[in-house]
Design a protein around this ligand. Structure first.
Ligand SMILES: Nc1ncnc2c1ncn2[C@@H]1O[C@H](COP(=O)(O)OP(=O)(O)OP(=O)(O)O)[C@@H](O)[C@H]1O
Ligand SMILES: [Mg+2]
Length: 452
């Protein structure tokens, strides 16, 4: 980090605020360094600088070779380019640059050192080069065997070093390698950790707390390896979230679909003033009210679900918005003819006419983003409640929210197998919530990538 004070460096080397753990990471003698720290906490910035620094001095450090190879890797090539490319070009002193290949994402230095920006979507890209060192960023989102199968062997030729950095992703392979690094007593591995709040302004951290559920906040901003277990919708609590809600025949009605046969389902919502909750300044909270459901236990299909909706809600005077599974029953389960979305249009249009609108994306967002958006809406890390369920009108929604579980030992993935009756209703509402109240913008790189 001292390099920042050297006047010969490009002005991209701005001074960083001193930070003990960052300094320990920079000065560490460990060959492999595992760095699960919070979002926006300076992981990538430090890694870029370290990589450039080691590339610039490589010919002095290892004079036995006449060329040197360094990599900056991320889960995909697009992501790697976005994370590193512009900054690496600006961090290398101009007069040391021999050539820059925009197509191959390689910076060659006049010393003989090379910096390669690599996407691990094709991990073979890392094989065959005798790397002197490199960075794996967003390591938690790489495939589990990336390290052992592809990266570690490629570091053997020259005893190359590596930083494995990124926000945790449940207790997956990143957690395992972090634990091993912590336990290592050979000096080859070391582990480093700090929270976003050390670097980010307090107001930013508070905003994140308000816009994320507790576990997502701990994972993303405190860099914690969350042990996802038990209920998927863990912030939902009948005592807090089940209230008598209102229905307004003029305000927009939201209908959420998930396509399935046993049961056939839909969930009906309306945004409204939620009873009994208030903002810090005493203002009422406007949030999502689940005010109805369709639940046909067996042998259902999309027309049957729609007929029930017309029967229950056909008198609605305001607009009607349809949300749901973008794949539209692609598995064929609930399909008779055309796509499920065509069927819904045919069935509902005669009743709602031009007041019916479809809000269905081309593809579904990542499941974890959907579940976390739901959890955040039920209760943010600051305790704010922005969603409730009328249990008398939507009893199966409550049962679903209480019953759906995550896979043991996963990164928060829903367990779809253990009870086939569950997940459909909560999935349906989730498509609405993630579309209108997503948390993706807050939780960085990988999630944004997945949602396009
Ligand atoms: N010690 C520091 N003092 C002040 N600012 C810092 C310090 N370390 C890093 N920063 C700044 O914090 C910002 C975020 O850094 P960076 O992109 O490296 O975060 P990250 O941990 O990789 O975040 P993400 O998880 O979102 O990828 C950068 O603008 C960086 O310059
Ligand atoms: Mg980063």
């Amino acid at each position: 980090v001292n390099l920042a004070l050297n006047p010969a460096l490009p002005n991209r080397w701005t001074a960083l605020r001193p930070h003990d753990e960052q300094r320990r990471l920079w000065r560490s003698k460990a060959r492999f360094r595992v760095v699960p720290a919070g979002r926006r906490s300076g992981k990538t910035e430090l890694a870029k600088r370290y990589l450039v620094r080691r590339a610039v001095v490589a010919h002095e450090e290892r004079p036995q070779y006449d060329s040197w190879f360094f990599f900056a890797a991320a889960p995909t090539r697009d992501q790697a380019k976005r994370i590193y490319w512009d900054d690496l070009k600006r961090l290398v002193p101009d007069d040391l640059i021999l050539s820059i290949s925009e197509s191959q994402l390689i910076i060659k230095l006049i010393t003989g050192a090379e910096i390669h920006v690599i996407g691990m979507d094709k991990p073979e890209r890392i094989e065959g080069t005798p790397w002197d060192g490199g960075i794996l960023d967003e390591y938690g989102n790489m495939k589990a065997r990336t390290w052992t199968l592809h990266v570690r062997p490629a570091l053997s030729d020259r005893g190359g070093w590596c930083w494995l950095i990124g926000v945790p992703e449940g207790r997956n392979h990143y957690y395992d390698i972090f634990k091993n690094a912590q336990a290592d007593d050979t000096g080859e591995w070391d582990a480093f950790h700090w929270k976003s709040a050390d670097i980010l302004p307090a107001a930013e951290v508070e905003a994140a707390r308000r816009d994320l559920d507790e576990l997502s906040f701990q994972q993303e901003y405190e860099g914690s390896f969350i042990h996802f277990q038990g209920r998927a919708y863990y912030t939902f609590d009948e005592k807090i979230h089940c209230r008598a809600l209102t229905y307004d025949p003029v305000q927009p009605l939201i209908i959420c679909f998930d396509f399935n046969v046993s049961p056939g389902v839909a969930v009906v919502c309306q945004e409204q003033v939620l009873p009994g909750v208030f903002l810090a300044d005493g203002e009422p909270v406007i949030g999502t009210g689940v005010i109805g459901e369709v639940h046909i236990p067996r042998n259902s299909n999309t027309p049957a679900v729609c007929r029930k909706l017309v029967q229950d809600w056909g008198g609605h005077l305001g607009k009607v918005f349809a949300y749901g599974d973008a794949t539209g029953g692609a598995k064929g389960t609930a399909k008779l003819q055309g796509s499920d979305w065509d069927i819904i249009a045919q069935e509902l249009r005669p009743t709602f006419g031009q007041r019916l609108f479809f809000r269905v994306p081309k593809s579904n967002p990542a499941e974890r983003v959907r579940v976390n958006s739901m959890n955040t809406r039920f209760q943010s890390a600051t305790g704010l409640v922005r969603m409730m369920v009328d249990a008398r009108r939507a009893p199966h929604v409550v049962r679903d929210l209480e019953g759906v579980r995550v896979l043991e030992g996963g990164s928060g993935e829903i367990d779809k197998q253990s009870d086939p009756h569950l997940t459909h209703l909560s999935d349906a509402v989730g498509y609405y919530i993630v579309r209108e109240y997503p948390i993706i913008k807050l939780i960085g790189e990988q999630q944004e990538l997945r949602i396009v």
